[in-house]
Write a protein that binds this ligand. Structure first.
Ligand SMILES: Cc1cc2nc3c(=O)[nH]c(=O)nc-3n(C[C@H](O)[C@H](O)[C@H](O)COP(=O)(O)OP(=O)(O)OC[C@H]3O[C@@H](n4cnc5c(N)ncnc54)[C@H](O)[C@@H]3O)c2cc1C
Length: 410
């Protein structure tokens, strides 16, 4: 039976888009399906009352190698935040960073009351090694949980709880630091290399930019795929045959289509607040009083387009799905930004129960990518990040290309 297309991709998140980009550039005919009405998967933005909100607290690190390789950053209006973290209880603020340095460089010269001289020296040595060593060297040592690795490096419990956990929990969505140390090393390494930022149109600008690079791919949105084989895909609207099939869905979608076990997830809720215009607020803020929020950030400090004139847009997130916290979070945000509670207006709460797949140790970056002849991609097969999703998409595309050998010529 003849095929309708070269490659079918199920899922137009970052993994699917990167796979499509590589195949499209190789001259292949690609059909890509997504249940959602837009591309981007977990990376989307919406406009609410003049505020541009993201589907959760998400930042783009311009140092991600695969993001650079995708070309998406060329001409991309990334607005970066100051490489500074403020720990604040509302009365006293400790700045844990040097504004002239990169974030991790800055943490090396940390001056925090909870850090003894010995902690500061050990932390400096550890971060220097993580930033400087090649990934292959970092990955060659035995992996363990992040907390255990820090203790094994001689960092005290007190320093971990006062400085490192508040810093890492927002990136890992993990309050206990049970995440693979190797993954934390990759996160710290990327922070040493690049200053994360946002886009005036929101995080959704990233998948939109990737999608715009596709010249011959047909993108079928709002079309759920209900079954797949190695050469055929059935959606609610059609049945299509291809020379090869890639499932680049989230892990739950892959399980529904291909079987296998589910993965454990880490949740996140982001509260989006309207505040009066703030000055000098382009720093990540961490609340040391209640310690419920993992962080708060004024996105409009670098992207004023994201809020109506006269307003600031503050995102505050926690690693829970908890609807009963609105008033307490409002208090936290008012305290962190030194404004009255009445001036802090809730725009929307974004609970994401399945935000990031859990990354247990040992980290395995070479997980199986083929199930029943179907190629599989997704962040959960690499790392739960923009970088991980893009790498897995590129690997899936390369696998498809090696199967097909010669691109079909029109
Ligand atoms: C709240 C939150 C905060 C984050 N913060 C950051 C951050 O700051 N920095 C960072 O690097 N990363 C961050 N991430 C992680 C990053 O967004 C993800 O790792 C990445 O987007 C995953 O991409 P993916 O393509 O693997 O999966 P997904 O984005 O989940 O895409 C899968 C797609 O498959 C589609 N699909 C599933 N089943 C079917 C089907 N049967 N038929 C058709 N389509 C289907 C889905 O609709 C979806 O669009 C964050 C994620 C979240 C949720």
């Amino acid at each position: 039976m003849s095929e309708d297309t070269d490659v079918i991709i199920v899922g137009a998140g970052l993994a699917g888009l990167r796979a499509a980009q590589v195949l499209d550039a190789a001259g292949l005919e690609v059909d890509m399906f997504d249940t959602a009405a837009q591309v981007g998967g977990r990376v989307t933005s919406t406009l609410v009352d003049g505020f541009v909100l993201d589907e959760g607290f998400q930042l783009i690190n311009p140092a991600y190698p695969e993001l650079i390789a995708s070309g998406a950053l060329i001409g991309f209006d990334l607005r970066r935040f100051a490489p500074v973290i403020e720990f604040s209880d509302g009365r006293r603020t400790t700045v844990v960073a040097d504004p002239r340095a990169g974030l991790v460089d800055a943490m090396r010269s940390v001056r925090h009351p909870a850090l003894t001289v010995s902690d500061a020296v050990r932390l400096t040595a550890l971060l220097t090694a993580v930033a400087g060593r090649p990934v292959s060297q970092l990955m060659s040592s035995p992996d363990t949980t992040t907390r255990r690795a820090l203790l094994e490096h001689g960092i005290s419990e007190r320093a971990i709880d006062a400085v490192i956990q508040p810093f890492l929990r927002g990136a890992l969505l993990d309050d206990e630091l049970e995440t693979s140390w190797h993954y934390s090393e990759l996160v710290l390494k990327s922070l040493a290399r690049g200053r994360p930022g946002t886009h005036p149109l929101g995080i959704g600008a990233l998948p939109a930019t990737l999608a715009a690079t596709l010249t011959r791919t047909r993108v079928h949105l709002g079309e759920e795929v209900t079954s797949v084989t190695a050469n055929e895909v059935t959606s609610r609207q059609r049945r299509l045959r291809a020379r090869t099939v890639i499932v680049a869905s989230d892990p739950s979608g892959a399980r529904r289509l291909l079987g296998g076990g589910d993965v454990a997830w880490r949740p996140q809720t982001t509260w989006w607040w309207s505040l009066p215009s703030l000055d000098d607020s382009d720093r990540l803020r961490i609340d040391t009083r209640r310690r419920f929020l993992s962080s708060a950030l004024d996105l409009s400090s670098v992207a004023p387009e994201r809020a109506p004139r006269g307003h600031s847009l503050v995102a505050a997130s926690a690693n829970v799905v908890d609807a009963a916290q609105d008033e307490a979070v409002r208090d936290d945000v008012a305290r962190l930004y030194g404004v009255g509670v009445a001036e802090v207006q809730l725009i929307r709460r974004t609970p994401v129960p399945r935000a990031l797949p859990v990354v247990a140790s040992p980290l395995d970056l070479r997980r199986t990518q083929v199930i029943g002849g179907v190629i599989v991609a997704g962040d959960y097969l690499q790392t739960p990040s923009i970088q991980g999703a893009l790498v897995s998409g590129r690997r899936a595309a390369r696998l498809a290309l090696s199967r097909l050998h010669e691109p079909r010529r029109d």
